[in-house]
Every structure is written in C-alpha cells, then in structure tokens.
Design a protein around this ligand. Structure first.
Ligand SMILES: Cc1cc2nc3c(=O)[nH]c(=O)nc-3n(C[C@H](O)[C@H](O)[C@H](O)COP(=O)(O)OP(=O)(O)OC[C@H]3O[C@@H](n4cnc5c(N)ncnc54)[C@H](O)[C@@H]3O)c2cc1C
Length: 459
C-alpha cells in the first residue's frame, strides 16, 4: 500500500484511526488461535460515513478489504493477507437506542453481544442470541455469520433477530434498511442478503435488533439416556410437555461427558458416567416455581415411559450454572492437543448412523484417536472435535473428507452455524448445488464487481 493511499486513509479516519505494521501484527489473529495478524494496515472508523469513504477509496484503487469484528469466527473468514486492508469495527461500539415498547435496539456493528445483553437486561428485556464467545463477538460479526448458539430451538438464529441493517457496499454507497417492523413484506428483504454473507457483499455498520421480554424463570435439568431412539423421542416429549418454553436441548455423547467431568476438568458429574447420551434441558418461562414443577412432571413422565435412565434437576442458580459450565467446557477437547473441530447439521434421524460412519472411518485410519460429539441436537446441529493420532495439515484434510463427504447423501450441511470462510470453501459443493453456487457468484459480482470485499472467502 503506497503512501498516497495511507495518507488518504488518514484523512478519512484520523491518525488514531490507523494502525500500521507491528501494531497490527502484534494483535492476536483470533480467539482460540495461537497466531497473530499478518496484515500491514488496519483502519478503525468511527462512523458509517467514514466506512463509506474508506470503501470508496478502496474500490477506486482496487484495494482488497477484510472486515473484522471480534475475531471469534471459527472458519478463517476474517483472515487478512499482508497486502489486504483490515477494516475493524472496534470503534463503532455505541448502543444507540433501546426501545422497550417496540422492543427493539439500534446498535453500531462493533457492539459486543454481551454488552447488548447486559444493557437490555437492565430494562427487563432480553436479546436471546447467546454463545460462548459473547464477550468478544460483535453484533456485526454475529449478523455477518448468521450466528446460532444455545437457544436456537426457541428463538431461531441471528437471521430471526435482525429487523433492519445498514450496510456499506463496495463502492461506498450506504444501504440504509433500518426497518423496525416485525412484519414488512414490501419487496425483497434486503437485510437477509448481508446476514450470513461473511463480509463478502458489504460492511454491516448498524443494526436494528428484535428484543424479547426478559424470561422471569430459568429451570435446568440434566438427563442420562441409553439409546438414540429414546434421545429423539425425549426431545419430542419435552418440546410438547413444556408448552413452548423449551429453550435448550444440548446433547452430549458418552465420551464428551466423561471428558468434561473427569479431572483436570473442574466439573463434577451430576449423573454417573457410562450412559450412552446425556442432555442438558432448559426451559425459560415466567414463574420459577410453576415452570419448575412442569419440568419435573415432564421428566417424571419420561422416566415412567422409559425414555430416560436418570435425571438431576438444578435447584439453585449455582447448580444451573454448574450444569451449563460442563456443557461449555469444550476446551477440554484440547487436552491431548488442539483437535479439529466441526460444525455440521443433518436430519436428526440420520445422526446415529452418521456418527457411527465417521467413527468407523477414523478407527480404520487411526486406531488411536479421539472423537468427541456434542451439540445443539434440537436444531439438528452437531459439533465433532476430532484428534487423530497425528494432527497435521494433511491429516486435517483427511478428517474433513471423513466428516463432510457422508453429509451430501443425507441432505446435511457442512456448516450449521460457523459459516464457510476459507476453511470450508473446498467443501461447499457438498451442501450447495452448482446452480446455487452460480447464483452466489452472480450476487457477489453484482454487489462487488471489483472483488475488493473479503476476496476469496466462501466462493
Ligand atoms: C468459544 C467460542 C464459542 C462459539 N460458539 C458459537 C456458537 O455457539 N454458535 C455460533 O454460531 N458461533 C459460535 N462461535 C463463532 C463466533 O462466535 C461467531 O462466528 C461470531 O458470530 C463472529 O463474530 P465476530 O464479531 O467475532 O466476527 P469476526 O470473527 O471478526 O468475523 C467473522 C466473519 O464476519 C465478517 N464480519 C465481521 N464483522 C462484520 C461486519 N460488521 N460487516 C460485515 N462482515 C463482518 C468477517 O469478515 C468474517 O468473515 C463461537 C466462537 C468461539 C470462539
């Protein structure tokens, strides 16, 4: 990048809006990553007008731009090469408005998920998206990746929580689509084009988000189950019995539960180890005692019907947090070295055979390996953390083939919620047909004819 370009950038964002060389390369490349940023230049605008001026400059000079939020993405979607400009939303972090009557919040894209959660809770409201990286992940990044998380079964994904978007296109024009209505069928729903587009179609600068009333009760139980057919029957049973208040159904296969409840893991097992499956069940409602009684009755019925083998109900805030803590303790999968982590979705009925197929392929290739399975089963979303005997670049590709290839025949997806980025790009064809990919390319060309926005990501 030449000095003329840098000077132009300084005139837009100010001297303190630019970081160069060592100041950029000293920064971490992201959560759960050992490496640091590679780029030479980072710009951190404060306003939409500055973003627009920066993108116009980049478009005119054909300068590639990589947008970064909180760098918690897990598919290398925000990776920037040395010659790419990083556009960080870190200084666009204002919560502009919380409207308790309309139940919307208007935010700049660099606000962290947790900052919004905390702010709206003070007004007895809730923003129900939730995920482990909440303290760093930004709402712009959540939208750009269409994040899912723990409560999709009840509230849907980020796509269902965004009412309006303001985005800057590659040529610097601003699309202000800051709708506040739940219902608005006046033509194409343009915001949806930016949600899940991983920074390839535009830079999201502001969002209108749908809020809910704060749940007045939270009840959590932990359950052991001895067969996959019973696990799926239990999901249907609980969803029906809880009358719409089921908010999480997080399944763990035996090996994962053993891992997160055995030292050095800090959690002690709420139920004995050795059952085939375990499930964290949560209901969010309005009355702690009444909702707790309903959960307990539903579990008793499940026990009588032989759906579940054992259950523990959290009786206090501390016990609820302890059960969630063992589900969230995914870092235990790094105990034997960093595993390869997958985020797939598939029909629930196909899960048992799919996991068996992946395990069989792994066992044939590496008799000594680890494969931990857990995830948002109620959404058809499984995470697999796999550590083969040797974990190298070429073995990663081998494991990817084992995990992704069977999904094509069962109508699954290589990416349930993390996106495609660079990591899953070679496998996109397993989940999207040629016509779909061609339409994605046409959209990309139409939005970004000079290919300056996050080039090479997704497609
Ligand atoms: C511990 C942990 C747990 C996680 N759990 C979940 C989970 O349960 N569910 C889930 O869905 N994800 C999960 N993730 C993934 C991650 O949190 C999400 O992908 C998150 O939404 C990314 O937000 P970010 O601000 O960190 O974006 P970044 O990582 O900075 O960027 C991600 C992508 O979005 C683009 N982007 C960022 N901001 C913008 C913007 N303003 N405009 C346009 N493009 C933009 C980037 O170019 C990149 O392609 C988890 C990650 C970690 C580390």
């Amino acid at each position: 990048m030449n000095q003329v370009f840098v000077d132009a950038l300084v005139s837009i964002a100010g001297t303190d809006g630019i970081l160069r060389d060592g100041d950029v390369q000293g920064r971490s490349a992201g959560m759960l990553r050992p490496d640091t940023l590679q780029a030479n230049l980072l710009v951190r605008p404060k306003t939409t007008a500055q973003v627009a001026a920066i993108l116009k400059l980049c478009n005119d000079t054909r300068q590639p731009v990589v947008t970064q939020g909180g760098l918690t993405g897990l598919v290398h979607g925000a990776d920037a090469a040395p010659d790419e400009l990083i556009l960080s939303l870190e200084r666009m972090n204002a919560i502009e408005e919380v409207d308790p009557l309309q139940r919307v919040a208007v935010v700049q894209a660099g606000v962290t998920l947790q900052a919004l959660q905390d702010a709206v809770e003070k007004q007895d409201l809730s923003f129900p998206l939730d995920l482990g990286a909440r303290g760093s992940a930004t709402l712009g990044g959540n939208a750009a990746t269409n994040a899912g998380g723990n409560r999709v079964i009840r509230y849907g994904m980020m796509r269902d929580m965004v009412l309006g978007v303001e985005a800057v296109l590659a040529d610097g024009s601003v699309v202000s689509s800051l709708n506040r209505m739940i219902k608005n069928n006046a033509g194409y729903d343009l915001k949806q084009l930016f949600i899940g587009s991983e920074g390839t179609l535009g830079v999201i600068t502001r969002l209108v988000l749908r809020l809910r009333e704060r749940p007045r009760s939270q009840n959590v139980a932990f359950v052991a189950i001895d067969g996959f057919d019973r696990l799926t029957a239990f999901l249907k049973h609980m969803d029906g019995a809880l009358g719409g208040s089921l908010s999480a159904f997080e399944a763990m296969w035996r090996e994962f539960y053993q891992l997160v409840t055995t030292a050095p893991a800090k959690s002690s097992p709420p139920l004995p180890q050795g059952h085939a499956y375990y499930v964290l069940v949560e209901s969010l409602g309005a009355d702690q005692a009444l909702d707790g009684a309903r959960l307990e009755a539903a579990l008793e019925a499940a026990l009588q019907q032989g759906l579940i083998a054992d259950a523990a109900i959290a009786r206090s805030e501390r016990e609820r947090a302890a059960i969630w803590a063992l589900r969230d303790d995914v870092m235990q999968t790094a105990r034997h070295g960093m595993p390869f982590v997958f985020d797939v979705s598939l029909p629930i009925a196909a899960m048992e055979a799919y996991v068996a197929e992946v395990r069989a392929a792994l066992a044939t290739r590496w008799p000594q390996h680890h494969c931990w399975v857990f995830g948002h089963l109620g959404d058809g979303n499984l995470h697999l953390a796999i550590r083969p005997a040797e974990a190298r670049g070429d073995t990663h590709a081998e494991v990817e083939a084992m995990v992704y290839t069977p999904l094509a025949n069962i109508g699954g997806s290589i990416s349930a919620e993390h996106g495609v980025g660079l990591e899953k790009k070679p496998y996109l064809h397993l989940s999207r047909n040629a016509t779909e990919v061609a339409l994605m390319r046409a959209l990309k060309r139409s939005f970004d004819p000079n290919n300056i926005l996050n080039p090479g990501k997704i497609i």
